[in-house]
Design a protein around this ligand. Structure first.
Ligand SMILES: [Zn+2]
Ligand SMILES: [Zn+2]
Ligand SMILES: [Zn+2]
Length: 272
């Protein structure tokens, strides 16, 4: 199958965009997902749908384009659950399994769209993806048995379909990874520390979606308390906590959070 890459950088100037940005939390779970296989804890066995968390991913819709952040392990399920029938581009935060292992599902979108899908990430992330999924990049024959994607290493703000995408460097343990700011919204998943330069790019947002794994501190993820401190320091109007583990009961944790903070749930929609 021959695809044409219709990646339309610079099609509309950012200032000409309609301004409406929709974000859909496709998954808000940590790497295992919730319930955790075999776990009988009260949250893993909870009947509340908001305690069921697929692996973390966000869909941004703006200027009639669907931009996916990360191809989570659960991408197929998430696309079916939310009737997503088009992915115009993918932004990658980092190359951990839970954020990239759904990459093969991009095939279905190639078949629907008959286009190569552009994928953006740090040079490190792109190199890891190219090594881990070499079957995608080594075959010279276009076909339906592998995703047709094109990779673009990024390190600074760039225009995508008339939207300004700002990569934000954060630390996930010792690994430097990317978050993304799009207009008045930012998505910072797996994170244990945000350097000052990056904090300066995240001040006074309307919505900050920020990773928080559990109550107890963790070496590579923010705890709830640490995430609340950062959200308050950055003066975000609304902070949505994501990448949640199985120690966080939705209703109970939400009640304990200060005003302006809330837990994400799969299927949560944010409109700006
Ligand atoms: Zn993760
Ligand atoms: Zn559990
Ligand atoms: Zn990670």
């Amino acid at each position: 199958m021959q695809f044409q890459n219709e990646n339309s950088h610079g099609l509309i100037h950012p200032s000409e965009s309609s301004g409406v940005v929709k974000a859909l939390i496709l998954g808000c779970g940590t790497s295992t997902g919730v319930p955790v296989i075999g776990c009988k804890c009260s949250i893993c066995t909870s009947k509340d749908i908001k305690n069921k968390r697929t692996r973390s991913s966000l869909l941004i819709t703006a200027n009639n384009k669907n931009i996916l952040i990360d191809t989570s392990t659960d991408l197929r399920y998430q696309a079916l659950a939310h009737q997503i029938e088009r992915i115009d581009a993918v932004l990658y935060t980092h190359p951990h399994a839970d954020h990239i292992h759904g990459i093969d599902e991009l095939r279905s979108f190639n078949m629907l769209q008959k286009q190569v899908i552009p994928c953006y990430g740090s040079e490190f992330t792109i190199n890891r993806i190219r090594n881990m999924f070499d079957y995608i990049f080594t075959s010279t024959v276009n076909s339906t048995w592998k995703p047709e994607i094109e990779t673009f290493p990024i390190s600074s703000p760039f225009d995508l379909f008339g939207l300004l995408i700002q990569p934000i460097k954060v630390y996930h343990g010792k690994m430097q990874i990317l978050g993304f700011r799009v207009g008045r919204l930012a998505y910072i998943t797996d994170c244990s520390q945000i350097p000052d330069d990056s904090k300066n790019m995240l001040i006074h947002l309307d919505v900050l979606i920020l990773g928080a794994l559990r109550h107890k501190p963790h070496p590579t993820h923010l705890s709830i308390q640490e995430a609340v401190q950062i959200g308050a320091e950055l003066k975000s109007k609304r902070v949505v906590l994501t990448h949640l583990g199985h120690n966080l009961e939705y209703a109970e944790t939400n009640k304990s959070l200060p005003q302006g903070f809330e837990l994400a749930y799969d299927g949560m929609e944010i409109v700006l």
